[in-house]
Design a binder for this molecule. Sequence first.
Ligand code: UDP
Length: 237
Amino acid sequence: MSQSLLYEGKAKKVYQTPNKKGQLILAYKNDATAFNGQKKALFEGKGRLNNEISSRIFQILHQKGIETHFIEQLNETEQLVHQTKIIPMEVVIRNIAAGSITKRLGIEERTIFSQPLIELFYKEDSLGDPLMNDEHALFLCNVTSSELREIKAKALEINTQLIEIFAAIGITLVDFKMEFGRLASGDIVLADEISPDTCRLWDVTTHEKLDKDVFRQGTGNLIEVYEEIRQRLEAIS
Ligand code: UDP
């Protein structure tokens, strides 16, 4: 398929497809970055694993009635998606305390929240993606207050579905990050990726970390744990 590079991010390249208007190709890279790009490494096979995992998760979410930008997996490292205008907001849902919230608010890792917490971060690399409140989001992200309510409701519904999907394969969904995009129709849908790069996933019984924290913390083999997630997802019909 003839394609031209539209944008290159830390983990994916985005190509335009001249013969398919309104659609884009996402090419997953082998690069891993952490701490706002300060720690970097290449992992052979990571792009393929995240493409396969994210594609599978989007397919399962579709079966459960969640709308996303995903159309189809094209090959090992690429997927076809609907073009959206990405809302510059990272929506994080936390079911259990880990990562930045433990440091920012002094909450002990593994603390279980009685209700999922929603956090909004302004998606702006030059500022290090700062935490923002709803009013900042309304000012910075070109969304109305009813759209912000809609995004939060979608995020909570996606969390409910993902908790169930991962529980079925012996995994606890600790937290994860979502990005939403606007389709040409104006509808807001889940975009970007859902993968071990963007989720914290702990084995239900051993509590082993099966996500990018093995790279952030230098505690394990990233490819082995991503492969474990891919294989467990194969069991879901
Ligand atoms: N996350 C992400 N991209 C980011 C920041 C966070 O995908 O730029 C994900 C991260 O993998 C975790 C969740 O969002 O699943 C919450 O991350 P946190 O705020 O704890 O930040 P971190 O520990 O990565 O600094």
